[in-house]
Design a protein around this ligand. Structure first.
Ligand code: ZN
Length: 318
C-alpha cells in the first residue's frame, strides 16, 4: 500500500503523571500564602518539565524507521525501577534515562559525581543520571537472565533541552542531546546482529508490561488546609448551585463542567469513593435530593443501596 507507514508498537503509553494531576488540584485549593505553596508549585513545575521532555523523546522515537519492529514501554515501573523509556528490538534492548534541564552539566563518573550549573551561575550537586541508567541496565540484564532471554541491554542518558550545555563528561554511558538519538539507535543496530523474532519481542514486551506497577505518589499536605467546593474555572472562587446550574457570584460564570472537575479534584486529593453525605459536605449542597440528582447525572458506578450507597468517581481520561 503506497504511503503506508509502520511505527514501533507502544506497549505502554505515557500518561500525565499522577503527581502533576494531584498538584494541579491541590494548588487550586491551597491558600497562596500557605508555607507549602511555593514548594508545591516548584514540584509541579519540575514534574511538568520532566513530562514534556519525555514526550519530546516519544515523538522522535515514533519517526525512527529502524524501530518498526520494536516495542516501546514508556514510564514503566518494574519493581521500584522507574524507567523513562524502554525499547525492545529484535537485536537489543535500550534503556533511556531522560533529563529535561537547563544550564550546564559536568559529570565525573570516577567520582560518581554530577554537578549542574544553573543559568544564574549557581552550582548544585545533581543526582548522577549515568548511575541511574546503569542501575536499570543491571536490573533488566538480571531479569533477562532469569527469563533466559539472550538480548544485550544498552542504556543511555538523553537530554531533551537543546539549550543545555554538556560540559566535561567522563562516562562510559552514552550521554547526548535528543538530536543524536536516531543516530545512536542506528549505531546500536550496526553493533548487534538480530537475535530474536518479532514474536519473541512481543512476548518480552508483554511480560514486562504485566510487571508494571505504577508508582503511587503520596501527597503529604494536610487535607484540612484545602478548600472544598466546586471551583470556578475562570476565577477559582467557590461556585453555588442555583436554579439548576453552577454559578459563580464573583465573575457570573455559569458551568456544569465545574462539578465534573471538582469530582476529579476530590478523587485525586481525598478519595475515589464518595457518599451522598460526603458529596453534600464537599459541594455545600444542603438538599439530600439535589445531591442525589446531581450524583446520578454524573453517571458514576455505585456500590451498596440507599443510605450505604457509595459512588465511584471514575478517572477522566487524559
Ligand atoms: Zn468566577
Amino acid at each position: 500500500m503506497k504511503g503506508a507507514e509502520t511505527h514501533a508498537v507502544i506497549t505502554l503509553r505515557r500518561v500525565i503523571p499522577e503527581k502533576v494531576n494531584v498538584l494541579q488540584s491541590v494548588l487550586k485549593r491551597l491558600s497562596a500564602v500557605d508555607e507549602e505553596y511555593t514548594n508545591l508549585q516548584e514540584q509541579l513545575r519540575r514534574a511538568r518539565t520532566g513530562y514534556a521532555g519525555e514526550q519530546r523523546i516519544d515523538e522522535l522515537l515514533d519517526g525512527v524507521p529502524l524501530l518498526d519492529s520494536a516495542h516501546i514501554l514508556c514510564d514503566v515501573e518494574l519493581m521500584q525501577h522507574p524507567i523513562d523509556c524502554l525499547i525492545i528490538t529484535t537485536s537489543f534492548a535500550l534503556i533511556l534515562e531522560v533529563k529535561n534541564i537547563s544550564g550546564r552539566i559536568d559529570i565525573d563518573d570516577s567520582k560518581h559525581q554530577c554537578i549542574r550549573t544553573r543559568l544564574d551561575g549557581t552550582l548544585e550537586p545533581f543526582s548522577n543520571p549515568t548511575d541511574q541508567a546503569r542501575k536499570y541496565q543491571l536490573f533488566i540484564q538480571h531479569l533477562f537472565q532469569q527469563w533466559n532471554v539472550q538480548l544485550p541491554v544498552e542504556c543511555a542518558v538523553v537530554f531533551a533541552n537543546h539549550k543545555l550545555i554538556l560540559g566535561n563528561i567522563t562516562s562510559d554511558v552514552p550521554l547526548f542531546h535528543v538530536s543524536g538519538l536516531t543516530y545512536r539507535i542506528h549505531q546500536f543496530f550496526q553493533k548487534y546482529p538480530e537475535k530474536l523474532s518479532c514474536n519473541q519481542v512481543t512476548n518480552i514486551a508483554d511480560k514486562l508490561k504485566s510487571l508494571h506497577t505504577p508508582y503511587q505518589w503520596q501527597l503529604k499536605t494536610a487535607r484540612h488546609k484545602l478548600r472544598t467546593g466546586v471551583l470556578c474555572e475562570r476565577c477559582n472562587k467557590v461556585m453555588h448551585y442555583l436554579k439548576g446550574s453552577w454559578q459563580c457570584e464573583s465573575c457570573q460564570f455559569n458551568s456544569d463542567a465545574a462539578l465534573v472537575q471538582a469530582m476529579q479534584d476530590y478523587r485525586l486529593i481525598w478519595n475515589h469513593k464518595i457518599t451522598n453525605r460526603e458529596f453534600r459536605h464537599f459541594t455545600g449542597i444542603e438538599s439530600i435530593y439535589t445531591a442525589n440528582y446531581l450524583l446520578k447525572k454524573l453517571n458514576f458506578k455505585s456500590e451498596g443501596k440507599f443510605k450505604d450507597k457509595v459512588y465511584l468517581i471514575e478517572k477522566r481520561s487524559d
